[in-house]
Ligand binder design. Structure first.
Ligand SMILES: Nc1nc2c(c(=O)[nH]1)N[C@H]1C(S)=C(S)[C@@H](COP(=O)(O)O)O[C@H]1N2
Ligand SMILES: [Mo]
Length: 527
């Protein structure tokens, strides 16, 4: 017991020294990153590397369990693991000082390695933030653990004040100074990183979107149902789902942005500026976007009015021909500024559908989260094979020659959107009163169109729902079903039919490799 009492303060002080050293290291690294490149900071770099190495099922689990907070959970996880390791190193260091400090430097090397191997890395300079952080962390640990060692070994000084007390006070003073300095450095780093993004934000605010040469057809009157709880026909930008691997949303200045088009079969390689694109005749179209990671009944679908350049025209100007006309490239690989790659079939992009390089979303320049300044939108294809945000480069190649990011991670090369329908209201486990209950939701089969939706109560017969008017084959379609609800528990199930006559299959599949299939059901208790 007395041994424990004697040891405990040193152990606790060691853990605190470790945590403070870790905190100071991260703060110094983030400050250094704010001066070089914010994405090269160790938490972002290690987090991004972790995302890239996450197996498909785990990534899918994270999206399902944490939704759009998945990145926050990952970052908190990294910080928590770092904290534990830092505390352990701190406890070890007073007795093994060299080993402890070497441990901190090792973390720096891991962070630096993650940073320089990112696809958007900016050379060896990206190692700097992690190395600076590690050096600061090791120095802080050395200094603080020195104070702890002093507690056990320093003889009493001067007026007989016990060494223990002097050293504790000295430790606390050094620890406080460290905490204040680290907090200051971290805050300064955040301010400087924020400043760097201001150019992008200002360039977005300065964008004046031209009027479309070909405006979207007016939404038919009957396309929008007034049922409380149904997904609005047009998803407001602030509610539009976001799925991407970007831990730090790329902030691109539209003034310096460039798009390159090159590769197999390109006879006239081109580079476009943002102004080049805005100067072209733009088209405006309603297109529903869906994510391949969307579970049956899930939230990762949204419908927006996009303004952009017809992509097929740009490809034709570059000399590209689709495979059906003898073109050699069958895959169009879009690359983003953060190194993401997405591959679309050239045939689909050039078959006359409204494939766009979008600059506007629901009347605004693209929001930063949704790909400012330019993203791709291809009706009928899942986002991961078409909807590249923060676009930087378009390369023509073949599916044989190149696998894009998610294809390397066990997702399908080609992924047209599957016919799906969702019950938005009533919600699962709702308790509506017996009598008239409106069941309603949305159905989608982009680029084919929805021609029918049916609802079934328990194991009863399929009954046709009332379909809202069709806006276009590229948008989802709202539907509603008047139900005379009787008391008790009931399961409501929906299925859609697309314009090719295919009825949404009952067969359940997982999202990997090419999108979930199956039918959405909701259980309610009628009171
Ligand atoms: N640069 C980049 N673009 C990307 C992604 C990404 O991770 N990085 N994710 C894709 C996926 S999987 C989908 S479903 C759509 C989602 O677009 P949204 O976030 O605007 O809804 O973006 C696509 N474009
Ligand atoms: Mo996606």
């Amino acid at each position: 017991m007395s041994n424990f009492r004697k040891r405990f303060p040193r152990t606790a002080a060691g853990a605190a020294a470790g945590l403070l050293a870790g905190y100071a290291a991260l703060a110094a690294a983030e400050l250094a990153a704010s001066l070089t490149r914010p994405q090269a900071g160790p938490v972002t770099a290690v987090g991004s590397a972790a995302i890239d190495r996450t197996p498909a099922p785990l990534k899918d689990f994270a999206i399902r369990a944490f939704g759009e907070n998945d990145k926050l959970v990952l970052q908190l996880g990294i910080v928590a693991v770092l904290g534990l390791l830092a505390a352990a190193l701190g406890i070890l260091t007073p007795r093994h000082r060299r080993a402890g400090c070497a441990g901190v430097l090792l973390f720096g090397v891991v962070g630096a390695a993650a940073a320089v191997t990112r696809p958007d890395a900016d050379g060896a300079a990206d190692a700097l933030p992690s190395l600076v952080g590690a050096a600061v962390g090791a120095a802080v640990l050395h200094l603080l653990s020195g104070r702890i060692t002093g507690a056990a070994t320093a003889p009493s000084r001067g007026q007989g004040a016990p060494a223990e007390r002097w050293s504790r006070r000295g430790f606390l003073a050094a620890a406080s100074v460290t905490a204040v300095a680290a907090t200051g450095a971290g805050a300064l780093g955040r301010v400087l990183t924020g400043r760097r993004g201001e150019g992008a934000v200002a360039s977005r605010e300065a964008v004046v979107l031209p009027a479309p040469a070909s405006p979207a057809a007016a939404t038919p009157k009957g396309a929008v149902l007034a049922v409380p709880g149904i997904s609005p026909f047009t998803t407001p930008n602030k509610d539009f789902y976001r799925v991407d691997t970007a831990l730090a949303v790329p902030r691109i200045d539209a003034g310096t942005w460039r798009l390159r088009i090159h590769g197999t079969g390109v006879t006239r390689p081109r580079t476009y500026t943002f102004q080049d694109l805005l100067a072209r005749p733009l088209i405006e179209r309603d297109v529903t976007l869906t994510c391949v990671s969307n579970e049956v009944g899930g939230p990762y679908a949204g419908n927006a009015r996009w303004l952009g350049v017809p992509l097929a025209e740009l490809l034709r100007e570059a000399g590209v021909r689709p495979p059906s006309r003898g073109g050699r490239a069958d895959q169009l690989v879009a690359r983003s500024v953060d190194g993401m790659t997405l591959g679309s079939p050239v045939e689909d992009v050039m078959d006359g559908r409204d494939a766009l390089l979008a600059v506007g979303m629901n009347g605004e320049p693209l929001p930063l989260d949704h790909g400012f300044p330019v993203r791709m939108v291809v009706p009928g294809l899942y986002g991961y094979v078409s909807a590249c945000k923060w676009l930087a480069d378009l390369e023509l190649t073949t599916f044989d020659a190149y696998d894009a990011y998610w294809v390397k991670r066990s997702w399908a090369r080609r992924a047209p959107v599957k016919t799906q329908s969702r019950i938005d209201t009533p919600k699962p486990f709702a308790r509506p009163a017996a009598g008239a209950v409106t069941v309603a939701g949305v159905a989608w089969a982009q680029h084919r169109g929805i021609t029918g939706v049916e609802v079934r109560v328990d194991e009863g017969a399929w009954q046709p729902a009332d379909l809202a008017a069709q806006d276009s084959a590229d948008t989802w379609r709202q539907w509603s079903f008047p139900w005379s609800a009787t008391a008790g528990g009931h399961t409501l199930t929906v299925r859609a039919t697309d314009a090719t006559g295919v009825v949404q299959t009952e067969e359940r599949t997982r999202t990997v490799p090419d999108g979930a299939s199956g039918r959405h059901s909701v259980f309610v208790t009628v009171t």
